[in-house]
Design a protein around this ligand. Sequence first.
Ligand code: GRF
Length: 213
Amino acid sequence: MINPRPARLPARLGVLVSGQGTNLQAILEAIKRGELDAAVSVVISNRAEAMALQRAAAFGVPTAVVLHRDYPNRLSHQLAIAEILQSYRVDLVVLAGFDRILVPEFVRTFPYRIINIHPSLLPAFAGTLHAQQEALEYGVKVSGCTVHFVTEEVDAGPIILQAAVPVLDDDTVETLSARILEQEHKILPQAIQLFAEGRLEVIGRRVRIKSQG
Ligand code: GRF
């Protein structure tokens, strides 16, 4: 049994982003409202144009841009990111719309200390950046989102929380994505709070949520 928990409170978060950063915003707002016993220590993007960087700056959070094209391979790029995360002594690495697949060396640096939000009910539509489109094309009637620990297999780590949404007949990728995103913004901060409280117990593939207190 593994019981990942922060070294101290508030839990120190390193958030990796590539895009618009609405999940990052949800985390920052949950902290501001006092619902999340955490602090975002650093936000790292692999894309200079990511709107997430502006959202971080608006909250006074330090940011770093580590462009993958500046490095010869995935390993050296991710080791550079890992070094920054370690320099900020982060307790938890949160992938909030980070569009690179993590190399095993990175994952091993933060065992059970990396979580990801994926816009499907895993294990459905794993390993894709187009999960909402694939859900529509497949014709599922229910989809949703999943927060899971990141292990060396892509999108296959132990599941912490999931939320389901209906798929409607007239849905487009945009309307379905928006409905899923609304749930992402709830369960990602919730999962981080469970980690902060030391309430997650990983037993094999299953994550048990300990009751409070
Ligand atoms: C979300 O749909 C998330 O599930 C996926 O990437 C998207 C990121 O959105 N991994 P945002 O950048 O947080 O707005």
